[in-house]
Design a protein around this ligand. Structure first.
Ligand SMILES: [Ca+2]
Ligand SMILES: [Ca+2]
Length: 142
């Protein structure tokens, strides 16, 4: 499967949320995670495979498991999921560090987590203090 659409419906069959034409990877051993805002009142889900790796020509596409759940952040350094996606995944990995440094070097103030002398409050500037505080949070673990 290389693309899917997920529709979440309420008890009356009304559409609550649609994730349309979501790209996905094939041939990977690990699970893929797709984030969407928490949606209340879901009673059914329609999962449509839009495209497969063989251009829909093959007779078989397998889905090992589809699960839904809330992910709780693993501390304030959990800012990414696999492949530096913005989906937090409840664990601290190199993806979190890579995403943080990406924000930092893109001058994104989302990376502003500290002030002078590593004071634990944003100060509107990106300095080494921010990197030190972020890494400190990361190495504190979950
Ligand atoms: Ca993470
Ligand atoms: Ca700062």
């Amino acid at each position: 499967m290389t693309n899917f659409t997920l529709t979440l419906r309420d008890a009356a069959g009304g559409t609550l949320r649609v994730l349309e034409n979501v790209p996905s990877s094939t041939g990977i051993a690990s699970a893929q995670a797709f984030c969407f805002p928490e949606t209340a009142g879901v009673r059914s889900a329609v999962f449509v495979i839009n495209a497969t790796a063989n251009n829909n020509a093959g007779p078989f596409t397998g889905l090992a498991e589809v699960a839904f759940g809330l992910v709780t952040a693993c501390g304030s350094a959990d800012i990414a999921g696999p492949n530096q996606s913005t989906c937090i995944d409840g664990v601290l990995t190199a993806d979190d560090i890579i995403r943080y440094l990406g924000l930092y070097f893109a001058s994104d103030l989302a990376a502003d987590v500290a002030g002078a002398n590593q004071a634990p409050a944003p100060d509107g500037q990106l300095t080494a203090d921010d990197i030190i505080v972020f890494l400190g949070r990361y190495f504190q673990g979950c």
